[in-house]
Design a protein around this ligand. Structure first.
Ligand code: SAH
Length: 508
C-alpha cells in the first residue's frame, strides 16, 4: 500500500503558530521530515514513537540536498507511511514546496498541502510592524534577497523602488548592503524606514529599526545573523509604538517544563499567559507498583473495621492511583465508603482531585506540607483512629515519623512509583539550547524531575543550568548536581511563574 504525504507549514517559530490541522497531522504521522528552521518548542510535541528525520543543517553536519530530501520523502511514502514534511513558515513561500511535490506526482503518491503562517508577515507582527497600514501603504511585496545562487530571476530594484509598498526581503541578510544601496540608487530616499528582524516570533527575537542608509551599520553593531527578514517601508516607523512582545513579563524567556506529561500543561499554560515559550519535556513518569498486595491487604483491613479510620492522600497522583486501584480490584464504592471512613489530604490540589470522585476531605492543613498535615492530625484526631497513607513509594518519612512519634497507628501503603523517563531524542538539542542561552530556565516541580533530567542529560557541567524549583527538597537535589538554583516562595505553580518574572526583572 502506498503512503501519503502532507506538506505542512510549521509557522515562523513560536510553536503556537502552527495551524490546528498541522498539529493534528503531527500527531498522526508515522514519519516527520523537518528542516533547520523548526524550533525545539514544536519538535518536542511530535510523539516519541514517530520517526523523525532532520534534513536541515545542524552543527557540524551538512544539510541534505534538495534531491536527497525529495528522495527521502518518496522512499518513506513508498513504504506505505503517513509522511509529514514539516517546513518553516508556509511551505510555498520560498520553501521549495513545489519541487518536493514533483517527484511525488511522478510516482502517483497522494498528497495534501497544509499552508502555514509565513514569516514574511508574522515576524513583522511580532516586531510591532503591521505589514500594511492605510496611512502608509497599499501593498506589500515579498522578495528573496538570495539572488547569487539558486534563483533564476534577478530582483527588479527599479520597480520595487517605485512601488511605495512594504518591501519584505527573506534570505537577505548576507546581501543587506546590496539591497539597501540598490533601493537608494533607484530613487528611494535614504532615510526611508527599514528594519531587520532576527529569529522572529521566538523567545530570542531581535530587531533593529533604522533607515535604508544606516540599516547595515546598525545591524553590524549587534552582529545580526540568519534567519532574519529585512523590511523597508513607512510601516517600520510603527515598530516602537506597537511593540508588544517586549512588554510581556516573560516575552523573551524560554523554559523547559519537566513535569509529568499529564500535569505539565497547568504550568505551561500559566507560563504561556505571561508570554513565555515553553518546551515540555517530561522527565518522570508515574508507574504502578509491581504487585498490588500491599494495597489489597490495606483495603481489606480498612473494610473490615467499623471504627473511625483514615485514608491519607498526599498528592493528586496519589488520588488517581488510589481510585484506579480500587477499580482494578472491582471494589464497589458503595461497599467501600462508610460514615466512619475519613479522608485527609495534604493540600488544595489533592483535595480538588478527591472532589472529582465526589468526596470532600475531612481534614486538610492550612499550609501544604507533610509536617502541617501531621500537626493537623495531632490537634484534632483521636489516637485510636488508624491512619493509612496511600502514596508514592519514594515519599519521605517526615509525615509517618511525625505521626508515629505522637502515638498514632500509621500504615504506609505504597501505591505508585515515580520513574525517571525523558525522551532522549532531544537531549543534544536541549543542551545546545542551554549552552547558547536560548533556553533560560528549567522548571523542576519535584526532586524526581531533577533526577530524571540529570539522568537523561548524562555527564554535563550543570552549573550553566538555571533551575527554578518548587521547594527546598527539589532545590537541594538540583544543588547537588551543581545547578544554579532559585526557589519559588510558595509551593505552587503560580509562585514558580512569579519567581521567573522576578528573575527576569532583575536581569533587565
Ligand atoms: N517558507 C518560509 C520561508 C523560507 S525561506 C516562510 O514562509 O516563512 C527562509 C527565510 O525565511 C530566512 O532566510 C528568513 O529570511 C526567513 N525567516 C524564516 N523564519 C524566520 C524567523 N523566525 N525570523 C526571521 N526570518 C525568518
Amino acid at each position: 500500500m502506498c503512503g501519503k504525504v502532507w506538506l505542512v507549514g510549521a509557522g515562523p517559530g513560536d510553536a503556537g503558530l502552527i495551524t490546528v490541522k498541522g498539529k493534528a497531522l503531527l500527531e498522526l504521522a508515522d514519519v516527520v521530515i523537518y528542516d533547520a528552521l523548526i524550533q525545539l518548542e514544536l519538535l518536542v510535541q511530535i510523539p516519541e514513537k514517530t520517526k523523525k528525520i532532520h534534513v536541515g543543517k545542524r552543527a557540524g553536519n551538512h544539510s541534505a540536498t534538495q534531491e536527497e530530501i525529495n528522495q527521502i520523502i518518496l522512499e518513506e511514502a513508498l513504504k506505505g507511511k503517513k509522511v509529514v514534511r514539516l517546513k518553516g513558515g508556509d511551505p510555498f513561500v520560498f520553501g521549495r514546496g513545489g519541487e518536493e511535490l514533483e517527484l511525488l506526482l511522478e510516482h502517483n503518491i497522494p498528497f495534501e498541502i497544509v499552508p502555514g503562517i509565513t514569516s514574511a508577515v508574522s515576524v513583522l507582527a511580532y516586531a510591532g510592524i503591521p505589514v500594511t497600514h492605510r496611512e502608509f501603504t497599499s501593498s506589500f511585496h515579498v522578495i528573496t534577497g538570495h539572488t547569487s545562487k539558486g534563483t533564476k530571476k534577478n530582483v527588479d530594484y527599479p520597480s520595487l523602488a517605485k512601488l511605495g509598498g512594504t518591501l519584505i526581503f527573506l534570505m537577505g541578510i548576507s546581501s543587506m548592503e546590496e539591497i539597501c544601496n540598490r533601493l537608494i540608487q533607484e530613487g528611494m530616499p535614504s532615510d526611508t524606514p527599514a528594519a531587520m528582524l532576527e529569529q522572529g516570533t521566538t523567545a530570542k527575537q531581535r530587531k533593529v529599526i533604522s533607515t535604508l542608509k544606516n540599516l547595515k551599520r546598525d545591524c553590524d553593531q549587534i552582529g545580526a545573523k540568519t534567519p532574519a527578514i529585512i523590511v523597508v517601508g513607512q510601516v517600520c516607523k510603527l515598530a516602537n509604538q506597537l511593540e508588544w512582545v517586549e512588554k510581556l513579563p516573560l516575552g523573551d524567556v524560554q523554559v523547559i517544563v519537566t513535569r509529568e506529561k499529564t500535569k505539565a500543561s497547568k504550568l505551561s499554560k500559566k507560563l504561556l499567559e505571561q508570554g513565555a515559550h515553553v518546551i515540555e519535556l517530561p522527565a518522570i513518569e508515574t508507574a504502578s507498583m509491581e504487585d498490588d498486595s500491599n494495597f489489597q491487604d490495606a483495603i481489606k483491613e480498612i473494610m473490615e473495621q467499623k471504627t473511625v479510620r483514615w485514608i491519607v492522600l498526599t498528592s493528586p497522583t496519589g488520588v488517581e492511583m488510589f481510585f484506579s486501584l480500587l477499580k482494578k480490584e472491582k471494589i464497589d464504592l458503595r461497599r467501600f465508603l462508610s460514615d466512619t471512613l475519613r479522608f485527609a489530604v495534604s493540600g488544595t490540589a489533592t483535595a480538588a482531585a478527591l472532589e472529582r470522585y465526589g468526596i470532600y476531605a475531612d481534614l486538610m492543613p492550612k499550609k501544604f506540607s507533610g509536617k502541617e498535615l501531621g500537626r493537623a492530625f495531632e490537634m484534632s484526631v483521636d489516637r485510636n483512629e488508624k491512619l493509612y497513607l496511600f502514596r508514592s513509594e519514594l515519599a519521605d518519612e517526615e509525615l509517618p515519623n511525625y505521626l508515629m512519634d505522637r502515638g498514632f497507628f500509621c500504615k504506609e501503603v505504597p501505591i505508585y512509583r515515580t520513574v525517571s523517563r525523558m525522551n532522549l531524542e532531544w537531549v543534544e538539542s536541549v543542551w545546545d539550547g542551554i549552552e547558547k542561552q536560548e533556553i533560560d530556565y528549567v522548571a523542576f516541580t519535584s526532586a524526581s524531575t531533577v533526577r530524571g533530567f540529570v539522568q537523561a542529560m548524562g555527564e554535563r557541567d550543570f552549573s550553566i543550568v538555571s533551575a527554578v524549583c518548587i521547594g527546598e527538597k527539589t532545590a537541594a537535589c538540583a544543588r547537588e548536581y551543581g545547578m544554579n538554583v532559585w526557589i519559588s516562595e510558595e509551593a505552587t505553580m503560580d509562585s514558580m511563574v512569579e519567581m521567573m518574572i522576578k528573575m527576569k526583572q532583575r536581569l533587565d
